[in-house]
Design a protein around this ligand. Structure first.
Ligand SMILES: CC(C)(COP(=O)(O)OP(=O)(O)OC[C@H]1O[C@@H](n2cnc3c(N)ncnc32)[C@H](O)[C@@H]1OP(=O)(O)O)[C@@H](O)C(=O)NCCC(=O)NCCS
Length: 734
């Protein structure tokens, strides 16, 4: 689910290194000199003079006179008194936003100069036992402040650490996590590093939709005492950017009693609702450490390739995408390079998006909400990503309550959300957060995007996962979510489930159809067990078969035969091998045929098409028996079956016996001509010698198609009005 690897960077930072650095510099990192525009003493005094002048309502001319000896001592006294008074006030009330001196406006530079502090002092003076402390996440973890918390842990009992996402790859972060007896963790999402602690009772987990997490803190229902964050350097207007993580940080900064930031020039200046006035901070420490880098792990190619194929078939051009955490979703981005004008509205962005942006696939030009912008909340990746998002107006970072709000997500037409799961049961219930009773991750953004994409016009919420775990020994498609595992997405919210074996479209389907669809995307080694379980639970018919070969082995759906064809009227028809789940559609096609067509197809006016007959048509071995269906419609879930063709190989002659059916209103659109040629291609690949058939002579359309097929036809009319024919693939006529 949540799988990423920290990229090793030497040397790793440790608490000892950091405190030595702090001690060595006496707490002053020369930061004020390190950024433009510079703050110098002259400017500082000028500000005080301005304040003095405003306070005493001096006219412009008079202000200049304050430089003179007459006011000199008065100004100095005023300044010291003001600075002292403010310092006392700050200390006493732990208040921020003090932008005035003696009630007069004070420039941010003046105010800012007094905010720098050492990490040691920041922790010693402002963190108290029993406090609730918020710590910035992932790459924005303020490592210098963490190091200091560890150092002073003995004096800081009973701290509650609120954290959205721990990653834990960094030495300092690991040390911090290892000291959980001093810090009681409370996480909003369980990352790799804190999983053991949450599960053995040393840390807490608060299950919450990420869209609602900022509100929990902004409302002060969970009052944070001190927020420790990491931000960019201030710009010339005195604003710092929250950089890679805006997520819940903005709400924390606004509601925490005290905010201490690490100002780091390596933190990108991201755009959007990501800015704070530097004077919103109570204090800052200067840090120049490189940001932590993470490489998201991807599914291996044998899984990524079929997954990518199926997912890409669901992502239309001009869609807006969200790709969740996990190996499987991370792999999908590599398969979208032939799409056009994709947009992004996603809780987080990672490295994978960059190539699509550079290749011109992601343009955001067709987005219906925040056109031309990638809307996101946090970034996780490598230096390449951090440099890319720095000062880049293509990205707008916003808090979770905006980005993950399902209503905002739904304002993107064609919103496609792609998220991972741990297991899905036969009815489509998704478990994305626990392995039996073991807490594994959290609901995170899953429901936010599932609901948002479902509400979007032509939106598609997709769950993607490999079909097995533990080297294929465990099926991730399970009879029931059980043994203490929790349902993260209920069955009625699930639309598409994708594994390396195909796509199960579940929304609006009855339990029997859902179960059948889920079994058919399970790993073949587990399908029979799932079929038995489904029968025991009476979810499906007791005689329900599965596609098997001559030896009873499960056969795989051959997705390589999927293709498109343009009818005479220009509409595109999607052809694919038939699936067991096509049973109701095929039944419906047969019942739609008019009397004459029924006679042409079945040689008598067949009135009934019982399920048992149709089952034989849809449960095929894709080897000696091939059947394709033609589907018309923009969206996969709305596609209607309009044509069907098949052959069954006769082992004695090695000829395939062919049959075709086209819905009345789609005839004379060249569908059958195309299907015949396509079946020839497949049959040749499978080593068949040719085709044969038995049709009624009155079926002149079919007779014409066969005769004009481009092969030398051997045929004879029979006394009962039939026409028996065959042709060899090698006997082509020009
Ligand atoms: C026979 C059937 C499959 C043809 O499907 P289709 O998709 O309409 O066929 P196409 O559009 O590819 O080709 C139709 C061709 O037949 C020709 N045709 C149509 N009606 C004809 C007729 N009465 N006499 C002669 N030719 C005729 C068309 O002109 C066209 O040929 P052209 O493109 O060279 O002009 C369809 O009518 C059908 O489903 N019938 C019921 C089931 C059936 O008969 N199946 C075949 C036995 S298994």
């Amino acid at each position: 689910m949540f799988s990423m690897r920290r990229i090793e960077m030497e040397p790793e930072i440790s608490p000892a290194d950091i405190s030595q650095d702090i001690d060595g510099n006496g707490g002053n990192h020369g930061f004020l000199e390190a950024f433009e525009p510079k703050v110098n003493s002259f400017e500082f005094i000028l500000n005080l003079v301005e304040c003095y002048a405003a306070k005493h309502h001096l006219k412009k001319k008079s202000r200049w006179r304050t430089y003179g000896a007459r006011h000199f001592w008065e100004v100095i006294a005023f300044s010291f008194a003001g600075t002292y008074k403010n310092a006392c006030f700050l200390e006493r009330n732990r208040s921020r936003h003090i932008n005035t001196l003696h009630g007069c406006p004070m420039s941010w530079r003046t105010r800012y100069k007094g905010l720098e502090i050492t990490a040691r002092e920041a922790v010693r003076r402002h963190v108290k036992p029993g406090d609730r402390i918020f710590i910035d996440s992932a790459c924005a973890v303020p490592r210098m402040l963490l190091a200091e918390l560890i150092k002073q842990r003995n004096a800081l009992k009973d701290l509650e650490i609120v954290h959205f996402l721990t990653v834990g790859g960094e030495k300092i972060e690991r040390e911090f996590l290892e000291n959980s007896e001093f810090f009681r963790y409370n996480v909003l999402f369980i990352g790799d590093s804190l999983r053991p602690a949450v599960n053995d009772g040393r840390a807490d987990y608060t299950p919450i939709h990420l869209s609602e997490a900022p509100g929990l803190f902004a409302s002060r229902r969970r009052q944070v005492d001190v927020a420790l964050i990491q931000v960019s350097t201030p710009d010339r207007n005195g604003f710092v950017s929250l950089g890679t993580n805006v997520d819940v940080v903005k709400a924390m900064v606004e509601s925490a009693n005290y905010v201490i930031a690490e100002i780091n020039p390596n933190m990108p200046r991201t755009m959007g609702d990501s800015f704070l006035r530097v004077t919103d901070l109570n204090h800052f420490v200067y840090s120049n450490t490189p940001l932590i880098e993470y490489e998201l792990e991807k599914s291996p190619p044998e899984i990524a390739e079929p997954l990518g194929h199926y997912l890409a078939s669901l992502v239309e051009n001009e869609s807006t995408i969200q790709v969740g955490m996990g190996k499987a979703p991370a792999a999908i981005l590599d398969f979208l390079h032939d799409k056009r004008d994709l947009g992004v509205h996603s809780d987080h962005i990672s490295e994978g998006y960059l190539d699509l942006i550079n290749d011109g696939v992601i343009t955001n030009a067709k987005k219906t909400f925040h056109r031309n912008k990638i809307i996101t909340s946090f970034a996780i990746g490598t230096k390449r990503l951090y440099e890319f998002i720095d000062d880049n107006p293509m990205f707008a970072f916003h808090p979770f309550d905006f980005v993950n709000n399902p209503i905002n997500i739904a304002r993107n037409d064609k919103m496609v959300s792609i998220n991972s799961a741990l297991s899905v049961d036969l009815t489509g219930q998704v478990n994305a957060a626990s392995i039996e009773t073991y807490f594994y991750s959290g609901v995170g953004s899953l429901m936010d995007y599932t609901r948002g994409a479902a509400l979007s016009k032509h939106g598609k919420p997709i769950i993607v996962m490999p079909s097995t775990a533990a080297n294929g020994t465990i099926s991730r498609i399970v009879p029931c979510i059980g043994n203490g595992a929790r349902v993260t997405v209920p069955m009625f919210d699930v639309h598409y489930v994708v594994t390396e074996y195909g796509i199960a479209h579940l929304h609006g389907k009855n339990i029997r159809d859902r179960v059948l669809a889920m079994i058919n995307i399970a790993h073949p080694n587990h399908r029979m067990n799932l079929l038995d379980s489904a029968k025991k639970m009476k979810f499906i018919y007791q005689d329900q078969p599965l596609p098997v070969d001559n030896e009873g082995n499960i056969v795989l759906y051959p997705y390589q035969y999927e293709t498109w064809f343009s009818m005479k009227d220009g509409r595109e028809v999607f052809f694919r091998p038939i699936k067991p789940t096509d049973e109701p559609r095929v039944q419906e096609l047969y019942y739609s045929l008019e009397d004459e067509a029924r006679i042409f197809r079945f040689f008598f006016n067949k009135r009934f098409f019982p399920r048992k007959d149709v089952q034989a048509d849809v449960n095929i071995d894709y080897e000696s028996n091939i059947a394709l269906v033609g589907l018309l419609g923009d969206e996969p879930k709305n596609r209607r079956l309009i044509a069907m063709c098949s052959y069954i190989r006769d082992p004695e002659t090695n000829l395939g016996e062919i049959a075709f059916t086209v819905r009345k209103q789609f005839r004379n659109q060249n569908l059958t001509k195309f299907m015949l040629q396509y079946l020839v291609r497949i049959a040749r690949e499978k080593g068949l010698r040719g085709f044969k058939g038995d049709i009624l002579w009155d079926n002149q359309a079919m007779v014409h198609i066969i005769r004009s097929s481009g092969y030398r036809i051997h045929g004879e009319r029979t006394p009962d009005g039939g026409f028996i024919f065959s042709f060899d693939f090698k006997d082509k006529v020009e």
